[in-house]
Design a protein around this ligand. Structure first.
Ligand SMILES: Cc1ncc(COP(=O)(O)O)c(C=O)c1O
Length: 395
């Protein structure tokens, strides 16, 4: 399979958007089309466009009613935005450990971390694989927690036939450059709830009172009226720009093609590890479709360390291998609670080693192989290099 990541369709829509001169009646035309197309493709009632996939998470928490001092459960092994969003909402990230085979947040560990302050949980479809959502939703419903899926890395992944973005109360996607679909930067939230849909739009649009789930713009008559009261509540300006929306719409219309190519590459890379006892790929349960944002694996060979393996792979022609992020609570920002004044909410909370032993064991072993090859022949070449690297250390 060979495709182009950016085609004439993206170019055409971007030019059309620019030709609109950003006139008030044209501004957001493509964002509106994107939201409709994305919601239809994922299978939710609403989708709301954002500047990025961090603003999405922050706003989803606010939309869920998370307020200062509330606790939100998150996995420690994820890109920082998942956890920073909780801090942005003035809430407290509480870390729940992961499963050893899937590297994903454990529903049992979520339940163990629930207190009377817990309001929500953000589950991350890490590397493109959805967590055990039946178990997560069961815990959440019993404890009246809002579930936010962080699907930044999981376009068209699924769990028991349900597409990523359709199971939790809200789901966040990112269009940042490394993602399956991209507009350089950008993000979108899906939800079936009218209440959350309205909140998402309001809080990402400066709290404008006349904004509704369907209506992202304010009428000229309203905005020009000297007595018009604009602000229903505090809000942020997290709105997606129309040119970005134009590119994201084209990518959404090409979602099948873009995701299949990446998924195929992921499977090719992963297959190269089969039979190797010391490279253990992320386990994909039968009920899941993996979206392969990357192909992740643990290296557990006592005589080959992470750095030696990576060096050899690259020496043989392999592309760079990425580690997984340090666990969020072991980053200086958390260890030192450099929370820009929010420290006052954190009395009694410490972020230190020992919080999530499984994640602490696994994180230093993780290798992420690239899957963003738009020609699967390149993935096949990389897979051959991976096989050679494995053979080198086994001979
Ligand atoms: C899991 C996860 N959550 C959130 C984000 C944040 O998205 P963005 O970069 O669009 O803000 C990313 C990616 O960058 C991510 O990988």
């Amino acid at each position: 399979m060979k495709i182009e990541r950016i085609t004439d369709l993206e170019r055409q829509y971007a030019i059309e958007s620019l030709n609109g001169q950003f006139e008030t009646h044209n501004n957001y035309k493509f964002v509106v089309r994107l939201e409709k197309a994305f919601a239809e493709k994922i299978g939710t009632k609403h989708a709301v466009g954002f500047v990025n996939g961090t603003a999405t998470l922050h706003t989803a928490l606010e939309a869920a009613g998370v307020t200062a001092g509330d606790e939100v459960i998150v996995p420690p092994l994820t890109m920082s935005s998942t956890c920073f969003a909780v801090l942005m909402a003035n809430a407290i990230p509480v870390f729940a450990d992961i499963e050893e085979d899937t590297f994903l947040i454990s529903a049992k560990e979520i339940e163990n971390r629930i207190t009377e302050k817990t309001k929500a949980v953000i589950v991350v479809s890490l590397f493109g694989l959805m967590p055990d959502m039946d178990a997560v939703m069961d815990v959440a419903r019993r404890h009246r927690l809002v579930v936010i899926e962080d699907d930044a890395q999981c376009f068209m992944g699924s769990y028991k036939g349900h597409m990523a973005g359709t199971i939790g109360d809200m789901a966040s996607f990112s269009f940042q450059a490394s993602k399956h679909l991209t507009s350089g930067e950008g993000g979108i939230v899906t939800t079936d709830s009218d209440e959350y849909g309205l909140n998402l739009r309001r809080f990402s649009g400066l709290g404008y009172g006349s904004i509704s789930t369907k209506k992202a713009r304010i009428s000229k008559d309203d905005i020009q009226d000297p007595l018009y009261e604009r602000h229903y509540s505090l809000g942020w300006n997290y709105r997606m720009s129309d040119v970005v929306g134009a590119v994201a719409l084209a990518q959404t219309e090409r979602m099948d093609e873009l995701c299949s190519c990446r998924m195929e590459a992921g499977k090719i890379i992963e297959a190269a590890m089969s039979g190797c006892e010391w490279l253990i790929p992320q386990h994909t349960p039968q009920e899941c479709v993996h979206a392969y944002w990357t192909a992740a694996a643990r290296i557990v060979n006592p005589s080959v360390d992470w750095y030696t393996f990576r060096r050899k792979f690259m020496e043989l022609g392999g592309d760079g291998i990425y580690a997984a992020w340090k666990l969020n609570y072991l980053e200086p920002a958390f260890r030192n609670k450099n929370f820009m004044g929010r420290e006052i909410f954190f009395e009694g909370y410490t972020y230190q080693e020992g919080l999530c032993p499984v994640a602490e064991k696994i994180q230093p072993q993780l290798l992420q192989f690239k899957t963003n090859y738009w020609d699967t022949d390149e993935a096949i070449q990389q897979a051959e290099i991976l096989k050679k690297t494995i053979k080198y250390f086994e001979s």
